[in-house]
Design a protein around this ligand. Structure first.
Ligand code: PTJ
Length: 263
């Protein structure tokens, strides 16, 4: 039987969807190494479908949301980047870099708990350069009462006390629970109509693979800004309006593709 990495090598550079196929394989390898939950593959497939109708590119509303997100993380007292299996498998190096630029701690927080998963994700983050990782010490964990799923178990010095939580690829319940606790939530979700997208304070409708490198670029620029200027970026941002703009862009994209493909 082929090893999963051999399968990656079988994808020729000339394949029109080589990049997308390689991302799938990262997740398949991640699943075999316990980093990714089985359902993570399905979640990625759903994401791919939305990415397709966004033109597989970063659109202006996503850039706007990323600017507001970086400003909010920079102004936060206790910013936390929540890491799940998919994000670790897809972009761990960049996530670690972003956490360092933003002085934001990384916390592993999983929906699907299975023996060995936290350890596998921790190893992946350490390999990517992470120095401090929260959410790995089971006995220290505390519970968020507002949540019933596995994600309720959080680090006492992490999500529990965070004022701003960055939650890439999320399931809806936690965003609502974190909001009830008075925290600001920044979500990355290719589905602009998910409960997470609708309930987050800032929703970045884009692929996490493109988002994190772009946020690193933005953070490098915004580092020079005063607190006042960062605050202005946040005040000017309207999440619901921004999601509506994105929905209009999707409609336009589909119309254009209809014209181009079936005219
Ligand atoms: O690692 P775990 O155990 O914490 O589990 C992680 C998953 C993602 C499996 C879990 O959180 C889950 O089941 O999530 P959902 O409810 O399927 O939601 C995931 C959302 O992320 C969906 O709305 C997808 O459209 C979106 N999504 C998938 N891939 C990407 C994405 N958004 C941005 N970038 C992606 N690459």
């Amino acid at each position: 039987m082929n090893q999963p990495n051999e399968n990656i090598d079988l994808i020729p550079d000339s394949h029109p969807r080589a990049k997308s196929l390689r991302e799938r394989h990262k997740l398949i390898i991640g699943m075999k190494n316990l980093v990714v939950a089985e359902a993570g593959l399905i979640a990625h497939g759903r994401g791919e479908a939305f990415d397709y109708i966004l033109g597989e590119k970063t659109n202006p509303p996503a850039i706007k949301a990323m600017n507001a997100a970086v400003a909010m993380l920079m102004l936060a007292k206790h910013p936390i980047i929540s890491v799940n299996g998919n994000t670790a498998a897809l972009i761990s190096k960049e996530l670690v870099k972003l956490s360092k630029i933003l002085n934001s701690k990384l916390e592993i927080n999983l929906f699907y708990r299975k023996e060995g998963r936290v350890e596998a994700i921790k190893n992946m983050l350490v390999k990517a350069g992470a120095e401090e990782i929260l959410g790995i010490n089971e006995i220290e964990m505390v519970e968020i009462e507002e949540l019933t799923c596995n994600r309720r178990r959080v680090a006492p010095n992490g999500i529990k006390i965070a004022d701003v939580v960055f939650v890439p690829l999320e399931d809806g319940d936690r965003t609502e629970a974190l909001k009830k606790l008075g925290k600001k939530v920044i979500a990355v979700d290719l589905n602009p109509l998910s409960r997470t997208s609708i309930n987050a304070d800032i929703t970045i409708v884009d692929n996490i693979i493109r988002v994190v490198p772009k946020m690193i670029e933005i953070a490098t620029k915004l580092k020079e800004y005063t607190k006042k200027r960062l605050n202005e970026i946040i005040l000017k941002f309207n999440n619901k309006k921004n999601i509506c703009t994105m929905l209009n862009l999707i409609k336009e994209y589909i119309e254009t593709q209809k014209e181009v493909s079936f005219r």
